[in-house]
Design a protein around this ligand. Structure first.
Ligand code: GAL
Length: 632
């Protein structure tokens, strides 16, 4: 694995006389990659069909002369105003039917065929000009699909495309009526053209209808994306990349990732903690200036799975306070360095900071960069420099072969979002809890897709909340020590309760006969320590009972090395489950002090202190935001 630093740069925001100095300072800092142009459509094609390449040619030239490798973005997430004159109906509509208007970015509906074609066309124009240009070392397609809640669109274009999708998926209207169970409330359809999008209904829409719309919407992203992939493939051999976003789950990243070369994601640890993570006030205060200790690592491991052959980057790394979360504190000194090294320890090839210089204007004028708007280095600059210096003496290293896998499945997120049954049941949250429990025992984890067929290289596999188990995975779970449940294999692909009721596990007699959701603060104690929160199940069958609720009802039932857990464990109960399962499967663990995390590479073991104070562990002393590595 080769590791390098990058930066996001917007030459179109700055006078041209600054470019050469910017490029020289980037190189001097130790940066080797620079991403440009992903929002520059209005400068590349100021009026329809009239292209201005002069400035872009010169910017590329200046950057390349300084020794930087350029990643060129297709600018399709920010179509210029004239595009709307061309396609007045290209905007997405929100669930209340209101247009998501021009004036920011991502103002397009994935189902609009005219815009999809226009996006492929600009990719072709750029590919023809720069596809074989040796200064261009990679392409970013669009920018952060799904950011700002932009996957689900209730437009006319989406309605027409959804009906086509349903026809192709179900063949006949009778098949759809049967699969969904539309007889309920007389929702039966006579033909596909009667089916609307599942918004503006009097009460909850039919869940199978909603889930179908989620699947369709994900497929529309894939189709939109592949139109650009196809355009560029013919014109360049440089790798194609997309930058995904943290906890944006409305489309299947594995499906988007299948056609490109490198997965990347945009890591804003402090923004995420404030903006998109559940957690107690105490947790949020403790990690206020560091970010949650598992959120970044989770996504690193997820995108290693999404990237072809495990290739992944951090395309945007938070360098200081962001502007978009409810509260925007500065990183604790040392955190920019810590986040960067953590990404490398998980296998990132490149970590690229967002952005070179803070913009003095527009929506992100309060968002830090490596440099201030007046071009004086901001605090993140020195930390990036430290990493660059440290990288020089680090050997190349591969990612470690993890012994533990966590199965991640986007349709499960959609299924439980459609039918949560309890306000706190969120698939992602359950997954992060499981992942956190593994990490607190010092384990390196691989995240794997639910399409996995062979998990025999893992000693332990966790698949909580996996709504509908694919057959291959069902069998693969039998080859290893595994923990599934709660809510694993509970519904069909259509979001219908199967007959016989689930879960259907190899060699296992088990039926979940009743489920309960629990409000905040309610705990169901488990014999010997720990509690169930949020979600409790009653299971029947004659499988071995490994753990019981305090009231005697089964909690963990087991057949061979496969366990089903009938409830959502709190941290203490997860820990008991992990300790027991790792002992049974012969995995060594190491209990991490609060806030300390570790991750191995093939050559080193890294320790990261996310906690706000110094930690002593195993002969090491790590200050807050400290990073420590030892050779294995
Ligand atoms: C990302 C986006 C960037 C910038 C950044 C600010 O979501 O890709 O363009 O907006 O957030 O944190």
């Amino acid at each position: 694995m080769k590791r390098a630093l990058g930066v996001c740069y917007y030459p179109e925001h700055w006078p041209e006389h600054m470019w050469a100095d910017d490029a020289a300072r980037m190189a001097e800092l130790g940066i080797t990659w620079v991403r440009i142009a992903e929002f520059a459509w209005s400068r590349i094609e100021p009026t329809p069909g009239h292209f201005e390449f002069g400035w872009l040619d010169r910017a590329i030239d200046v950057l390349a002369r300084a020794g930087l490798k350029v990643i060129l973005g297709t600018p399709t997430c920010a179509p210029p105003r004239w595009m709307l004159d061309r396609f007045p109906d290209m905007l997405a509509l929100d669930a209340s039917g209101h247009p998501r208007k021009f004036g920011s970015r991502r103002h397009y509906c994935f189902s609009h065929e005219g815009y999809r074609l226009a996006s492929a066309e600009i990719a072709i124009v750029l590919g023809q000009r720069y596809g074989r240009d040796p200064r261009i070392h990679g392409w970013q397609i669009d920018n952060e699909y799904g950011c700002h809640n932009t996957i689900l669109s209730y437009s006319d274009a989406a309605t027409v495309a959804f009906r086509e999708w349903l026809k192709a998926t179900y063949g006949t209207i009778d098949a759809l009526n049967n699969a969904w169970g539309t007889v309920f409330w007389s929702m039966e359809y006579d033909h596909f053209n009667q089916i609307d999008l599942p918004n503006l209904t009097v009460t909850q829409p039919h869940p199978s209808h909603e889930l179908a719309f989620r699947r369709f919407s994900s497929d529309q992203v894939v189709a939109y994306h592949e139109a650009q992939v196809e355009a560029l493939r013919a014109l360049t051999d440089a790798p194609l990349i997309h930058n995904y976003m943290g906890r944006v789950l409305d489309f299947d990243h594995f499906d988007v990732g299948a056609s490109i070369d490198i997965a990347s994601w945009d890591s804003y640890p402090i923004g995420f903690l404030s903006d998109r993570l559940e957690g107690t006030t105490e947790h949020k205060q403790r990690y206020l200036q560091q970010g949650d200790p598992d959120m970044q690592a989770f996504h690193h491991d997820l995108y290693r799975a999404v990237g072809r052959n495990g290739r992944w980057w951090v395309m945007e790394q938070q360098p200081g306070p962001v502007n978009w979360a409810p509260y925007n504190p500065a990183p604790l000194p040392g955190m920019v360095r810590l986040w960067t090294w953590e990404a490398f320890a998980h296998g990132a090839e490149v970590v690229s900071y967002f952005r070179w210089r803070q913009a003095p204007f527009a929506q992100e004028q309060m968002h830090a960069g490596l440099n201030r708007p007046d071009n004086v280095p901001a605090p993140g600059f020195a930390e990036a420099k430290t990493v660059a210096e440290e990288l020089v003496s680090m050997p190349e290293a591969d990612t470690v072969a993890a012994e533990v896998a966590l199965v991640f499945d986007y349709p499960s997120e959609w299924s439980w979002a459609v039918l949560p049954q309890g306000a706190d049941f969120t698939y992602f949250r359950l997954m992060l809890d499981a992942y956190r429990a593994l990490r607190k025992r010092g384990l390196s984890v691989d995240i794997v897709p639910s399409a996995s067929k062979d998990l025999s290289r893992y000693k332990l596999v966790l698949a909580p909340g996996l709504a509908c188990l694919p057959d291959a995975l069902r069998l693969a779970l039998a080859d290893t020590t595994a923990i599934v449940g709660p809510r694993t294999d509970a519904v069909t692909r259509e979001l219908v309760i199967p007959h016989p009721m689930g879960p259907d596990l190899p060699g296992f007699d088990c039926t979940v006969s009743q489920v309960e959701s629990l409000p905040p603060g309610v705990k169901r104690p488990v014999d010997g320590g720990g509690n169930v929160l949020h979600w409790a199940e009653t299971v029947e069958g004659n499988a071995e009972i490994a753990l019981r609720y305090a009231d005697g009802k089964p909690f963990e039932i087991r057949s061979g090395s496969l366990s089903y857990i009938a409830g959502w464990p709190d941290a203490a109960l997860w820990d008991r489950l992990i300790v027991d399962a790792t002992q049974r499967s012969g995995i060594e663990t190491e209990r991490m002090p609060d806030g300390l995390r570790r991750r191995g590479t093939s050559t080193h073991r890294f320790y990261f202190n996310y906690g706000p104070s110094t930690v002593e562990h195993d002969g090491m002393t790590l200050p807050a935001a400290g990073v420590h590595w030892v050779e294995k």
